[in-house]
Ligand binder design. Structure first.
Ligand SMILES: Cc1cc2nc3c(=O)[nH]c(=O)nc-3n(C[C@H](O)[C@H](O)[C@H](O)COP(=O)(O)OP(=O)(O)OC[C@H]3O[C@@H](n4cnc5c(N)ncnc54)[C@H](O)[C@@H]3O)c2cc1C
Length: 583
């Protein structure tokens, strides 16, 4: 057993530990699963002041690019064009852009303006990144300290005279018809659109070790000057933890810094350099690859690779990040990344049963079940009771069971697909605004509905009209199946190239799609006979060796390529058998 767990640990060696933080699910327009509600700032990724401000400004430009502003249309003061939740750099930048465009907006801020920055440690150095990327930041900001940054930003915010309501905590968002209802601790606000720029400053993450609730344990450093001559342990691997160690070491404390990984990879280079400088001076003792196992009044236990060490300790700062403020999303029914809602499961069951119907129904024996039933009801009953009426044969000899099994799986797939497909259609229609919100979404779902409808009709109209032989429709549906497969690859390949505009993706998709279209459609159905058979004849060695199963061997050329690379003959004959079973 040890060997097995060691092996899996080895396999996972370079994978990130713990679970990945889940963010609200957004589309390429930053819209959440609640239509009309958008996300900007830290909640969309890298936590940086300039990126947050850039995001806030850009989203307003995008959302209101073609729209008439309030000065041109009737101003309904009850319903805001835009409610911005959170007065951090992202929310403030969005508001400045709204003001420029005469958009009827308000910022709702639960605490004070720029609360996250106000909470930075005293005299915390500010580094503004990225330098070389072109950003649209309406707020002027320069490197300095927390105090200089706050001063600079406050002057600009006062000059702009923005519409901000402080002390207003947003609990929940909901949508009724075309209006978003914003429930707060004060009153209900109504808006056509909402931007959530609430940052990530939710609850601090915990180590979950004994003693963590002792009064000497902190999750935030306000003023390093409050501590001198103390034994302090700082835990964490990000910028905040390094800056905390640096500030406390410079205030004359003895710092032990614990981090669970073997090196710091996330913090800014300047912070790592300053940290290493203090390590060299002996003001900070780093314990990499260590974890805290217990906290007591006067000491703390650190488990390193070699031993468990008891270290004298007066104060602890646990700075291992913050949990996202997920409650607001949960209360508002905003889906988080990776969350599988009811619709997801319906669509999943519908897809699997659809492919089961298509694949097994195609390969199975068809039975003449409808012939004697004249009315629609009789046909439905005949179909429902098909497994009991059909002359199935489970004899093991000569693979007689094969067709019967295919028939049963195709039938079961079709039954489940009918139910889950109708359910999925209902869900698509019910959440029509979300599912069909952009031309691409509308096209995507219409395409899938069209393709499934087409094959369902094909399956029902043909599969049960033959008697005791392999379904005669094998050829034409396979043609359509290949065609739709290739068209699907082409459409989604082009879409991927459009969304991810990199040279790598362009060539990756172009090669993948062209190879598939050639070997799965063009060659077998349109080129094999006129080019190969007509010119070489059936006895030519190239035909017998490379195409032992006729045009179907073209599928083997790419679908089973690792096999045919190893041993051409065996692989071909093995695959030939599979194709024989299919055809
Ligand atoms: C300790 C620390 C040091 C940092 N140092 C740097 C640095 O040197 N350089 C750098 O570029 N970046 C730094 N950052 C990151 C930077 O602070 C963030 O990227 C930036 O503040 C994000 O802006 P935001 O507008 O998305 O969110 P925030 O600035 O976090 O603003 C969110 C606002 O929303 C409010 N809010 C939250 N929930 C609600 C609610 N339900 N209702 C109403 N209001 C709500 C909050 O009170 C807050 O005011 C640091 C962050 C921390 C924590």
């Amino acid at each position: 057993m040890n060997f097995v767990s060691n092996y899996f640990n080895w396999l996972q060696k370079n994978n990130p530990e713990n679970s990945v933080e889940s963010y609200p699910e957004i589309d390429e327009q930053n819209e959440t699963s609640l239509p009309g509600v958008y996300i900007v700032g830290d909640l969309t990724g890298i936590p940086m002041l300039k990126l947050a401000a850039d995001g806030g400004s850009k989203i307003v430009k995008r959302l209101f690019s073609g729209q008439k502003t309030t000065s041109e249309k009737a101003n309904n003061s009850d319903i805001y064009d835009l409610v911005i939740v959170g007065a951090g750099p992202a929310g403030i930048s969005a508001a400045i852009e709204c003001k420029k465009r005469n958009i009827n907006y308000i910022i709702l801020e639960s605490s004070r303006i720029l609360n996250t920055i106000e909470n930075f440690p005293k005299e915390k150095p500010i580094t503004l990144k990225p330098d070389r990327v072109r950003l649209e930041v309406p707020l002027e900001m320069a490197d300095g300290t927390k105090e200089t940054l706050l001063h600079e930003l406050t002057i600009q915010i006062e000059r702009e005279n923005l519409n901000i309501e402080v002390g207003t905590f947003v609990h929940k968002l909901s949508r009724e018809e075309n209006t978003i209802h914003i429930e707060t601790n004060k009153k209900m606000y109504l808006a056509q659109k909402v931007i959530l720029s609430i940052g990530k400053a939710g609850k601090s993450r915990q180590l979950k070790v004994p003693g963590e609730l002792l009064p000497k344990v902190f999750n935030k450093l306000y003023d390093p000057g409050e501590f001198t001559g103390k034994n302090i342990l700082v835990v964490g691997g990000g910028d905040s933890s390094l800056e905390c160690s640096i500030a406390l070491a410079e205030s004359g404390n003895r710092i032990t810094h614990s981090y669970r990984k073997e090196e710091f990879s996330r913090p800014k280079e300047e912070n790592i350099n300053r940290f290493n400088g203090l390590v060299e001076q002996g003001s900070i003792i780093p314990f990499l690859e260590s974890i805290v196992t217990e906290i007591r009044e006067e000491k703390v236990f650190l488990k390193t690779k070699e031993e468990v060490k008891a270290i004298p300790n007066d104060v602890i700062f646990i700075l291992i990040g913050r949990e996202l403020p997920t409650q607001l999303f949960k209360r508002s029914g905003i889906r988080m990344e990776g969350e599988k809602g009811v619709s997801w499961w319906w669509f999943m069951v519908a897809s699997i049963s659809f492919f089961s119907m298509l694949y097994f129904g195609k390969g199975g024996t068809a039975f003449d079940l409808f012939v004697e039933s004249n009315t629609v009801w009789a046909k439905i009953i005949a179909y429902l009771s098909a497994p009991f009426k059909a002359p199935l044969n489970w004899d093991l000899s000569g693979y007689k069971w094969y067709s019967s099994l295919n028939f049963i799986l195709g039938w079961a797939g079709s039954m489940v697909f009918l139910i889950s497909g109708i359910g999925s259609l209902g869900l698509l229609a019910r959440h029509g605004r979300t599912n069909f919100r952009t031309p691409w979404h509308a096209f995507k779902y219409t395409y899938f509905i069209g393709v499934s409808g087409f094959f369902t009709i094909l399956y029902f109209s043909k599969s049960l009209h033959n008697t005791m032989v392999t379904a005669e429709w094998i050829e034409s549906p396979t043609y359509w199946y290949s065609l739709f497969y290739c068209v699907t690859m082409l459409i989604f390949g082009i879409r991927r190239i459009y969304v991810r505009k990199t040279l790598y993706v362009f060539w990756q998709m172009t090669t993948l799609v062209s190879i598939q279209i050639f070997f799965l459609f063009l060659f077998p159905f349109h080129l094999y006979e006129p080019l190969i058979l007509a010119n070489l004849g059936t006895n030519h060695w190239a035909v017998t060796e490379l195409f032992p199963s006729g045009k179907w061997s073209s599928f083997a050329l790419i679908l089973f390529w690792p096999l045919i690379c190893g041993n051409l003959e065996v692989a071909f004959s093995g695959h030939g058998f599979l194709l024989y079973r299919l055809a």
